[in-house]
Write a protein that binds this ligand. Structure first.
Ligand SMILES: [Mn+2]
Length: 385
């Protein structure tokens, strides 16, 4: 027996009339299913997809790095700018502080990263601020009033973005997180010899962005030797077809200025060693970044487990310390040694510390105090202060 379609509708209407509660229940179930499914879909979208749609909703965004941005921070920022441009959102990179270290300067120049320095919050000229590689704005006037729209970071922190927060403290580099965003969008890394316009994909990772992100992962994991997780390796593998090896070589092996090498040589020559601890005074320098680089060399000397290098520039004595000795918490040692020196500041982590001492008294008084300071540093390393 066949049933005419009209008859089916008629029967359904009859059932519905006699059981209104059934209709109501069906309606509620449908709404819950559709609504819930929609919500679930929104919430379970990969982070990269959510991030891209956040960017797409804005006319323009500012990507902000921490003070003195390193390759990981600059690479992450480049990645965000590239994503923004691909969803037709204008994006600029801003940074507080200075770019002095030769590795950072080389990275910026070779990859032609456009980033502008800011001094105060008003320089940001937009409310849509995206923080990369840090999660609390710092290093400029009014930084504490900036409420970031989004935070993408790999340092353990409670910092949050108003609309988007992605802090993956287990990752070795922020660049790995950004690379994953591209991967979430099925973006194709563009090989250095290919043209972007000839790639048949909705999203791409331009070659210089892939190269930058790849190097960001390398530097923040000390060439994949420390703090690396499989996500960092996955990100590197994903980016590798887009990596331009000649650019990578230029970024990874920057020219070192003669002064940095001279300061390193002085630090080694002038070292005063007692037991496993070395302290070295390199005198006046014109580039204070040479001081941490010098202590990085000094700590590599056989038999040395903790080292401090100090030098003067523009009336300030700069100290930089390294420890690979469990007995010495370098940050605390420097802090203790400078504790009651007027206007001095010092501190840091177990393996890395630094400090600054303003010298207003002129050279006449200072040499004696400098000897005293060296003595205190030595006692602090030995745990006596
Ligand atoms: Mn980083």
């Amino acid at each position: 027996m066949s049933v005419a379609p009209a008859e089916v509708v008629e029967r359904a209407v009859t059932v519905a009339r006699s059981h209104p509660e059934l209709v109501a229940t069906l309606l509620v179930v449908t709404v819950v299913l559709v609504g819930g499914g929609f919500l679930l879909h929104r919430l379970t979208r990969p982070s990269g997809v959510r991030f891209a749609s956040l960017l797409a909703d804005r006319e323009e965004v500012v990507v902000l790095t921490h003070p003195n941005p390193d390759p990981d921070a600059m690479a992450a920022a480049m990645g965000v700018v590239s994503l923004a441009e691909q969803v037709d959102t204008a994006a600029t990179i801003r940074f507080p502080g200075q770019i002095r270290h030769q590795e950072n300067r080389t990275f910026r120049n070779v990859l032609d990263v456009t980033l502008k320095r800011i001094e105060r919050a008003a320089d940001l000229d937009t409310s849509a601020v995206i923080l990369v590689d840090h999660s609390h704005p710092r290093g400029f006037i009014g930084s504490e009033e900036v409420r970031p729209l989004a935070v993408v970071d790999h340092h353990p922190s409670d910092g949050r973005g108003e609309a988007f927060t992605d802090v993956r403290s287990e990752y070795g580099a922020c660049a790995s997180v950004i690379a994953e965003y591209f991967q979430d969008l099925n973006a194709t890394p563009v090989a250095p010899d290919d043209r972007e316009s000839e790639i048949d994909a909705s999203y791409v990772v331009p070659s210089e962005v892939a190269t930058g992100l790849f190097f960001g992962v390398l530097t923040d994991t000390n060439r994949l030797t420390s703090g690396t997780v499989s996500a960092d390796l996955d990100a590197s593998a994903y980016l590798s077809p887009g990596v331009d090896e000649s650019l990578l070589d230029r970024i990874a092996n920057p020219q070192v200025s003669a002064e940095v090498l001279e300061v390193k040589a002085t630090a080694i020559e002038e070292r005063e060693v007692s037991g496993a601890f070395a302290i070295s005074d390199v005198g006046t320098v014109s580039n204070v970044d040479a001081i941490p680089q010098a202590v990085d060399e000094l700590i590599r000397l056989e038999g040395i487990t903790a080292a401090i290098v100090c030098g003067i520039r523009n009336g300030t004595l700069y100290l930089s310390g390294r420890s690979r000795d469990d007995r010495v918490h370098m940050g605390r040692a420097i802090k203790a040694a400078l504790d009651d020196v007027p206007d001095a500041s010092g501190g840091g982590h177990a393996r890395m510390g630094g400090g600054q001492v303003p010298i207003d008294d002129g050279d006449f008084v200072w040499p004696a105090r400098r000897a005293t300071l060296t003595d205190r540093l030595r006692r602090a390393l030995e745990g006596d202060v």
